[in-house]
Ligand binder design. Structure first.
Ligand code: UDP
Ligand code: MG
Length: 319
């Protein structure tokens, strides 16, 4: 039977060193939520902030029973902060939104409308990224397109972690307890009917980005290794290529040995064994890679399939 969730809308906000804007965050998030329903909750996740974000959060949460906070013992990172907030959420629809006001809360009502129209995943898609360096924009673009080529399911382009998901999607997402998280990828992997609303991403007004290049690279690498085996397959492909080359060199070496005495003695056997061994080693690495990829997919323990709707639920409901 379908469980009933007490809250209509949960908003999850990761917060890391955002002391300057906590009050504004709380106010604008609440206004956006109130324009949808009175039955909402806002969950701030303080990811080990080193400034006074926590104190400020305590103050705003004590004034309003719809506001809650979770605070980590140290900094665990953005993806984990969102995960903790979603685990705690009690809503039927769950929105995740950055706590630096780069994602406008005012977009949430529009996203909620799409959800009411039957979409289970509603992405906020960035049409412009103001105030971000050309370098960040270009690398992001390349990465998303590379990712789309490497994985076997549809990956939405130019979306971040500002999105609304329905309870069904969240329950499946919770089953995917992977350590190196790339939540966008997990949600895309799950499938479900999805759509997007466009917005222009604002500049960050206070503080600095907490995603320096190193962290971005880490996230991108997680995204690719979590959803694609292509890097592992490189060894197999290289192995094949080297074997073919080795064969060709072998033929040439034999030809040179028999037809043309100008080669140094020993050259033919040396070159043949070097290229042959190189090919064999790469191929063996490739085979090991194939097994590793199977181990990974089992260790990840993802759900084997994802059900959108089953009429068996209705049967149970009638009882
Ligand atoms: N954040 C977090 N933990 C971190 C880094 C960031 O919870 O270790 C939060 C941060 O407060 C913000 C969101 O994640 O609400 C996105 O971070 P940021 O704005 O630095 O990323 P960008 O917008 O530059 O991609
Ligand atoms: Mg930001």
């Amino acid at each position: 039977m379908k469980k009933h969730y007490p809250i209509a809308l949960s908003i999850v906000v990761p917060v890391y060193n955002e002391e300057m804007i906590i009050e504004e965050l709380a106010r604008r998030m609440s206004e956006a939520a109130r324009s949808i329903t009175d039955n909402y909750e806002i969950i701030f996740v303080n990811d080990g902030s080193r400034d006074s974000s926590l104190e400020k959060l305590k103050v705003v949460c004590s004034k309003d029973s719809k506001l809650h906070y979770i605070t980590f013992s140290r900094n665990f990172g953005h993806q984990i902060a969102i995960t903790a907030g979603m685990d705690a959420a009690r809503g039927e629809a769950i929105v995740t939104i950055d706590g630096d006001l780069q994602d406008p809360p005012e977009l949430i009502p529009e996203m909620y409308k799409q959800y009411q129209d039957g979409y289970k995943v509603v992405y906020a898609k960035r049409s412009k990224r103001r105030g971000e360096t050309l370098f960040k924009r270009v690398t992001a673009k390349i990465f998303y397109r590379l990712m789309a080529r490497l994985v076997s399911f549809e990956i939405p382009l130019d979306v971040g972690d500002f999105r609304l998901i329905s309870r069904d999607v969240l329950e499946y997402l919770k089953q995917m307890k992977e350590y190196d998280k790339y939540i966008r990828g997990q949600i895309a992997w799950l499938g479900f009917k999805s759509t997007y609303v466009m917005f222009e991403r604002d500049e960050r007004r206070f503080g600095t980005t907490n995603y320096p290049f190193k962290k971005m690279l880490r996230l991108a690498f997680n995204g690719i290794t979590a959803f694609s085996d292509s890097p592992l397959k490189v060894a197999t492909k290289l192995g094949f290529a080297v074997c073919v080359i080795s064969f060709l060199i072998g033929v040439y070496a034999l030809w040179a040995y028999f037809m043309d005495a100008r080669t140094v003695p020993g050259w033919a056997s040396t070159i043949i064994s070097i290229t042959f061994l190189g090919g064999v080693q790469l191929l063996s690495l490739g085979i090991i890679g194939e097994y590793i990829s199977r181990i990974i997919s089992n260790v990840r323990n993802r759900p084997l399939y994802v059900i959108d709707k089953s009429t068996l639920d209705d049967v149970k409901d009638e009882k």
